[in-house]
Design a protein around this ligand. Structure first.
Ligand SMILES: [Zn+2]
Length: 457
């Protein structure tokens, strides 16, 4: 991947100035043996730095570029169009990188998208990537993403106003804020904060990035994609400021043998386990927003950059606000019959956006602090009343937890820490329950759960 850029600048907003309280909130009490995420003071401290005021300022700055249509890339303007916006995002990341002690680097992932019948010409595409190097080179990469391109009512219009405050200035602001919150932290895993180009034109930037990582053999442990996360009022005026939708695909077509599919993995793809992990982390850290887990890759007629990751076999989820208003997406800015159309900052709720950003920060920090997920198997060569699981030794893991739930339950309902062992037999029928295994370090940071592959022969 083309990599160039360096770091300069300084943080612009202290935690005390912009803090919103989360540490004062108490997560709901859990049932007796329900899985629980241990709260880490350094994570709650990072969450407390997330600032609605800064999210608003960054979002309004992005809107100020007039249009961020990907086809505006030939504009020579330094104040209007996607290149001006791209350079501003890169400069923001370079400021943020100052707090990382040299561990965060900023780069463009640039290439030329060949002409299509729709575009009629090649398009220079450049996504912005800030990478925060983890302390453990054995651990993989976690990607928090957004897209910074946008559209008005005509995605081929490179000159007309396209404010894109919610789609997707909201998530670009969120990615910048998450990078700012996490830059000082030392995590095991490496984090990438990405603002993709060309999403509205066909997931261009994310496809290039995910394929490049795959070709380079990079182990992406998960992608948290954020697209339209800043508004909290539904089309009918309802306030939905306490829900974030988290979409996760089922098993990718052809990803597992049909024999395995038949015995219950269809609801336990790596993306879905990631979604369940996000919900547990949410319950521990950001009770102001509930995850609504949606067991679909995305909404009808819509898509997102997370699909570029799942297409090459990486786990990915998408965050979307609880209720969208389509009058405020991909619309020319206008008033029609007294109705204001257009994707304008006035329709955003920056407190809500701060909570969704905190949810991303908590998930990234927890999962990148945790040991890697184990590789697990389930003994299924003969009939039996118990269930025996086995897994590998994971570096930095101090113990392993077995999770289970009824086959018709959407999320894990039971957990048991088995200690520092690599096999466990539970007095539960493998026919009646779904199992998972996850690894924990000494401080209790838990990996995403692994669905154990049944050993049938
Ligand atoms: Zn979008």
């Amino acid at each position: 991947m083309p990599v160039r850029l360096a770091r300069v600048g300084a943080l612009v907003c202290g935690a005390a100035l912009c803090a919103i309280p989360v540490t004062a909130q108490t997560p709901p009490a859990a049932a007796s043996d329900a899985p629980v995420i241990t709260r880490d003071p350094q994570v709650t401290q990072a969450l407390d730095t997330v600032s609605p005021a800064r999210l608003r300022a960054d979002d309004e700055r992005l809107v100020g570029f007039g249009t961020r249509n990907a086809l505006s890339e030939r504009s020579p303007s330094r104040t209007r169009g996607i290149i001006a916006a791209r350079d501003w995002i890169a400069a923001r990341f370079r400021e943020i990188a100052q707090a990382s002690g040299g561990r965060m680097t900023v780069a463009f992932d640039a290439y030329v998208q060949p002409a299509t019948p729709r575009t009629g010409r090649p398009v220079a595409v450049s996504s912005v990537v800030a990478t925060l190097r983890g302390d453990d080179p054995q651990r993989g990469l976690w990607v928090m993403s957004s897209h910074f391109d946008d559209c008005n009512g005509d995605c081929k219009d490179p000159v007309g106003d396209a404010p894109g405050a919610d789609d997707n200035g909201s998530a670009v602001s969120g990615v910048l804020e998450a990078a700012r919150a996490l830059a000082p932290l030392h995590l095991r895993g490496t984090l990438a904060f990405v603002c993709f180009d060309g999403e509205d034109q066909g997931l261009w930037g994310s496809q290039h990035y995910a394929k490049t990582l795959r070709a380079a053999g990079v182990r992406v442990e998960g992608n948290l994609n954020n697209d339209i996360i800043g508004a909290s009022v539904a089309h009918d005026g309802r306030s939905v400021n306490d829900v974030a939708r988290v979409f996760s695909e089922a098993l990718p077509l052809g990803a597992v043998p049909r024999t395995v599919n038949l015995i219950g993995t269809e609801n336990d793809s790596p993306s879905r386990e990631l979604a369940r992990a996000v919900r547990e982390i949410d319950a521990a850290y950001v009770p102001a927003v509930q995850d609504q887990l949606i067991y679909r890759a995305d909404r009808f007629l819509r898509g997102g950059d997370q699909e570029s990751f799942t297409a090459v076999g990486y786990p990915a989820v998408r965050f979307v606000e609880g209720a969208e208003n389509f009058d405020h997406q991909h619309q020319n800015v206008r008033v029609e019959n007294g109705v204001q159309y257009g994707d304008l900052p006035r329709f955003l709720d920056f407190e809500y956006l701060a909570h969704v950003t905190q949810l991303n920060v908590a998930a990234l920090a927890t999962l990148a602090l945790a040991p890697a997920a184990p590789v697990a198997t389930l003994a299924a060569k003969k009939l039996g009343y118990d269930t025996t699981l086995a897994w590998n030794v994971v570096p930095a893991a101090a113990s392993y937890e077995v999770l289970w739930r009824r086959t018709d339950e959407p999320t894990w309902t039971h957990a048991k820490n088995m200690g520092n062992v690599t096999t466990a037999t539970l007095p539960l029928s493998k026919d009646d329950w779904i199992f998972g295994v996850r690894s924990l370090d000494a401080a209790g940071h838990a990996s995403v759960a692994t669905y154990p592959t049944p050993l049938l022969r």
